[in-house]
Ligand binder design. Sequence first.
Ligand code: HEC
Ligand code: HEC
Length: 362
Amino acid sequence: MKRFILLTCFTAITVLSCNKKNNDTVTIKDDAVITTSAILNLPNDPYNYANESYPSHIQSIISAFDNTPLNNPITNHGATLGRVLFYDKSLSLSKTVSCASCHKQEIGFSDSKIKSLGHAGGTTRRNSMPLLNLRFYRSGKMFWDERATTLEEQVLLPIQDNIEMGLTLDSLIHRLNKTNYYASLFNNAFGSTEITADRISKALAQFLRSIVTYRSKYDKVQQGMATYTPQEEEGQMFFNSTGPLGACADCHAGGAVTNHFQQAVIPIKNPADFFNTNDLGVFEATQNPDDSAKFKIPSLRNVPMTAPYMHNGAVATLDNLFNSNYHKFQLSAIQKQNIIAYLHALTDEEITRDVRFSNPFK
Ligand code: HEC
Ligand code: HEC
């Protein structure tokens, strides 16, 4: 194990004050010793991100929908650097917030808050999004309003957002240059120790593209290794059926394997019901009136764990969703149960425990 000890302070009093160099967690013990430490723990050989052997139904989605640009293929060292950046709180001005603060692995890289807390205690405008299967959104556009045209562009925006992380890229680069472990991580990933915004962006994008769900019951059924319960089976049929009530798959395409439908849409049948002048969705990015009230269609993979829902976080549970104004489905109680059972079958629990995507700072 390579271990980098960032900072350890010992003091005999209860209130600690020391120059924090990084995202230390302050463990306050009852008396005497207060230890502040953040140790970066990485395997000697990087984990496998680049050559995961996905089942064939996932491989074919990769062939058809992957938004990986030619100049930024996933490498094991690149994704490793991306992982460290993702969990490093020095990416925020106050060093209190990392990407993972609002995108938590244990809940599908989403946040359980309606609006997330930024580096200075402010709240985000919209609900945080799960970061699963981002590579399958063929158009590559990111955010609820699709204002970022690529993942590489997107990953630098939260850093510079005043509410979220509040740093300029110059000050970030300056910080990383003064942090002992980054030189070797950049060298391994890109062949020299130089730290640039472009390299930060590429590494974060590689890490995020490697987060793919493929170990759910749905995936096992695809491989002939499991069968659905009658309830899940009903749910799937309803999900894929056409007609006024079903037709989830019209928008949540590909059997909800992923969000690879290539356009934002108005999520309900009557756009007037969804028109909210506080948030005009894609219109805000394009200024095209046709885009008013359109939002990116989220992946339904792992959706039981990513509550609350919708761009504004206004819907607390799946059960509420199917009663709400957002999705005017008026599903019967049975239909709701079936759909929810199917959504559970689409959930890959292992992604929430996969060490490759976990916090490397211990
Ligand atoms: C303070 C909370 C917060 C922090 C910190 C944060 N995010 Fe987010 N993230 C959000 C919110 C909220 C959204 C949705 C914003 C919107 O659509 O306007 C989002 C959206 C995203 C998306 C879009 C996903 C999609 O499907 O379109 C990506 C990718 C993402 N964040 C990655 C990151 C990365 C990488 C970092 C760290 C550099 C980061 N986030 C830091 C809250 C946060
Ligand atoms: C007309 C296209 C469309 C149809 C049909 C549709 N959805 Fe959606 N769905 C969306 C959009 C767009 C959003 C995001 C809306 C927002 O954030 O305001 C969404 C959001 C969701 C969410 C919340 C996801 C999250 O992360 O917040 C769930 C769950 C969901 N839909 C399930 C379903 C189910 C189940 C069906 C079928 C009964 C269905 N949807 C039919 C477009 C659609």
